[in-house]
Design a protein around this ligand. Structure first.
Ligand SMILES: NC(=O)C1=CN([C@@H]2O[C@H](COP(=O)(O)OP(=O)(O)OC[C@H]3O[C@@H](n4cnc5c(N)ncnc54)[C@H](O)[C@@H]3O)[C@@H](O)[C@H]2O)C=CC1
Ligand SMILES: O=C(O)CCC(=O)C(=O)O
Length: 526
């Protein structure tokens, strides 16, 4: 079925063209009312947004077909990521497309503050010619304090260095080498507050960064500091900043983002030394074209080719990797499903070993597929995106091991599931025909393809079992498609994995269970 995408925010037309080119049906409904969106979201595989659409848990409940939300921009705080993940919806953003533009806005805001350009403009156009009212400050030689020196923060740093500013940065994740590379001095927050003439914020909104410029921290700033926020509303305590502006401790503030948006009123509004823009950081033709193109490419790649890039809640898979990964994802999912269908008590631990060539693939994606396969028979509504979170919530420990060295197979994946009662392992590989196969169960060698309907039997290795088993199926009119056998030792434990056409009736399964020496019989579906 052709994938369908809805664009619910104001994205550049470039996105529509890309979706169409890539064989994705697209509906362009910027500004769609939220109730209407909730009514139609069930018809779409993809939702492309900017910041206006709120992707809530409630909206996602109706999004029964949705596979991907694409944010044409950086911040995904308008998307309920845990809810999307729980429903198996990939959330991707475009982390670089608007960084330069946003950094330029921060620099523009800094100049606007330094020279009071908006107020001087209003006064001049009002015919006042107040030449003596506006006395600015020079930027050259001043210290800029950057809080959050990632993509945007480091572009701001680069531009500020070019403007002959001294730049200090507070970012716990900024390495000393990177700081050196981009020409900034890495400092602690207190030092930045004490030294900066201008402060600009470029962190995401997290529990640690919320109110990072609190009343206490504002009090630690240098008198006459000017503050720019083009990152997220709520990084600065707006009420406390109002007081600091009124007292003259803070000389000016330029804000593009507000704790409540759209900001129709705000504690900062109306103060003479405040410059505000309505979340315009990313609003240039260039940036909007970049993010629209990128989000449409990423979403199409995922919907059409299974490639994943810039996903917040899943490892990236390139278009080149996707075809190599696909058969191993199928293998991992089926090995998981095999173990899940046999699991009857609580899972404590899952160990997955990747040996040979497969160890060089994106094993995070393979593990996610194996866990999804394992949990689906027990929990139904899990997929590769939600499975790792669901496993974590249930306290299931997951251990991955990779070994480059090849054994009997070019690639081997072994899944071991530890439950309250036992440990069960199953191994598989993918042959050159691209088909996943089971090659060992509990360490006993077999060779079986996965069929839609199978019967798994464990028994004592004694003469007569195979004949009785086969004739029981034949007498019941159940046709055997493939038959794979294995045993650990002569007269020891044996297994049979049989593919049958159609489903074996429960009564037949019971009769197989009654054959002498049979320990376990389990019908399996793949
Ligand atoms: N105004 C607008 O229109 C736009 C706003 N933004 C916002 O700008 C912000 C920054 O974006 P990017 O630079 O692309 O993100 P990024 O992820 O590249 O950089 C964020 C930096 O903040 C640092 N950080 C995280 N926690 C911190 C903490 N507790 N203290 C200090 N630093 C911390 C990280 O280590 C990272 O280096 C985001 O919130 C984004 O949503 C982005 C684009 C447009
Ligand atoms: O789409 C926009 O205009 C907002 C951009 C933004 O805030 C972001 O990319 O984080």
């Amino acid at each position: 079925m052709t994938p369908r995408v809805l664009i619910s925010d104001q994205l550049s037309d470039a996105a529509v063209a890309i979706f169409k080119e890539r064989g994705v049906e697209v509906d362009f409904r910027p500004g769609i009312d939220k109730d209407e969106l909730a009514a139609i979201i069930g018809d779409y595989d993809g939702l492309a947004i900017r910041s206006a659409t709120k992707v809530t848990a409630k909206l996602l409940e109706n999004a029964t077909r949705l596979k991907v939300v694409g944010r044409a921009g950086i911040g995904v705080d308008n998307v309920d990521i845990p809810a999307a993940t729980a429903r198996g919806v990939i959330v991707m953003n475009t982390p670089f497309g608007n960084s330069i533009t946003t950094a330029e806005h921060a620099i523009a805001m800094m100049f606007a503050l330094a020279r009071e350009i908006p107020a001087a403009d209003a006064s001049t156009q009002a015919g006042k010619w107040e030449k003596n009212r506006f006395m600015g400050v020079e930027i050259t030689g001043k210290t800029l304090g950057i809080i959050g020196c990632g993509n945007i923060g480091s572009i701001v740093a680069d531009r500020a260095v070019g403007l002959k500013m001294r730049v200090v940065a507070f970012d716990p994740f900024l390495s000393p080498e990177r700081a050196l590379d981009i020409g900034v001095e890495k400092v602690e927050l207190d030092e930045l507050l004490a030294r900066a003439d201008f402060i600009t914020l470029h962190t995401p909104m997290t529990a640690q960064t919320k109110n990072i410029l609190s009343a206490e921290n504002l009090a630690r700033t240098k008198k006459g500091v000017r503050i720019v926020n083009c990152a997220r509303g709520g990084l600065v305590d707006e009420a406390a900043l109002r007081e600091a502006l009124l007292s003259g401790h803070v000389a000016g503030a330029a804000f593009d983002v507000f704790s409540v948006e759209p900001a129709k009123e705000n504690p900062l509004f109306g103060l003479p030394n405040v410059v505000c823009t309505p979340h315009l950081g990313a609003a240039t033709n260039e940036a909007q074209e970049n993010v629209a193109l990128q989000v449409a490419e990423q979403m199409s790649d995922y919907l059409v080719r299974g490639a994943i890039s810039n996903a917040i809640n899943f490892p990236s898979i390139t278009a080149e990797e996707a075809p190599r990964l696909k058969p191993f994802i199928a293998l991992a999912e089926r090995l998981g499903s095999f173990a899940g269908q046999l699991t009857e008590s609580g899972i404590k631990e899952v160990r997955i070993t990747y040996e040979g060539a497969v160890s060089g693939l994106k094993i995070k994606a393979l593990t996610a597929a194996a866990i999804a396969g394992l949990l689906r028979p027990l929990l139904q509504d899990v997929n590769v995106v939600s499975a790792p979170i669901v496993a974590k919530e249930r306290g299931i420990a997951i251990e991955e091991t990779t070994r480059e060295a090849e054994g009997d197979f070019e690639s081997l994946v072994t899944l071991t599931v530890v439950t309250e009662r036992q440990e069960r392992s199953v191994s598989g590989t993918v042959f050159h025909d691209g088909k996943p196969r089971i090659v060992a169960i509990k360490g006993i060698k077999v060779d079986a393809e996965f069929g839609p309907s199978m019967i798994y039997v464990t028994n004592e290795d004694k003469p007569g079992f195979i004949g009785r088993f086969a004739s029981l199926l034949g007498d019941a009119g159940v046709n055997i498609a493939t038959f794979a056998l294995g045993r650990d030792a002569q007269g020891g434990s044996a297994i049979a994995l049989v593919e049958v056409d159609g489903e074996a009736p429960a009564a037949v399964i019971d009769r197989i269970q009654g054959i002498a020496g049979v320990k376990q019989v389990k019908p399996l579906r793949f």
